[in-house]
Design a protein. Sequence first.
Length: 270
Amino acid sequence: MEKEIFTLEGAGFAYNGSFALRGISLTVKAGESVAILGANGSGKSTLLKMLDGLVFPSEGVVRFMGSELKEETLKGGFLKCFRERVGFVFPEPDVQLFCPTVFDEVAFGPLQLNLSKDGLKERVEGLLEMLGLSNLRDRPPYTLSSGEKKKVAIASVLSINPDVLLLDEPTNGLDPRTQVWLFEIMQGLKELKKTFIIATHDLSLVEDFAGRVILLDESHAIAADAATPKVLSDKDLLLRANIIHEHTHRHGGLTHRHSHGPYSTHDEHE
């Protein structure tokens, strides 16, 4: 039986008195690959931030490996353990990148693990080579393209070898070649039984990678939590959650209904 990594019980979060999430109850087990879907403003990013201990619930409870995530407990030895095991990739890489060179950026996390100088260099150099980033080693991150910055941001998280990866819109702004690069990296990590929780609008990523979908609706609550094929094939559910939209028009005596959006289905005719 797989270990429970995250457990949420009635968790919610409010910004300035307005709830971005309400009544979120779910469990994520070790080795799962979970996609979080929802319209803009439904609370996907807020949910990831709660799981990463960047914000704390205004109501309910969030637990990591049985320990509650809150300001009073996320410190000391537990904080070190948590940060070593959980990595967060933000949607915009500039939020993560602050060191003078790519090497320093990727080395920053391992530096906190008290590795020896030789061990640190070996880990960083090995990761840069594995990810095809060795040619960027001495470049300042601000000189990189958006795709290169995204790669370095991902490398900086992978450098601590976390058990859990939280990714917010990981394919956002990536060209097709870089998307393939990312997918191959993620598939390799999935084979190593890493746990993934991904907020994304990328249907191909969800279909090919996620075994489970948590769908948030516009009331900032869970509308569905089920296997990926079941959620993505439920057109009415996706319409209600504002993931796709639909319009009707006529050609002569034939009426067409078209759904649009990243999870649209084939045209229907009457």
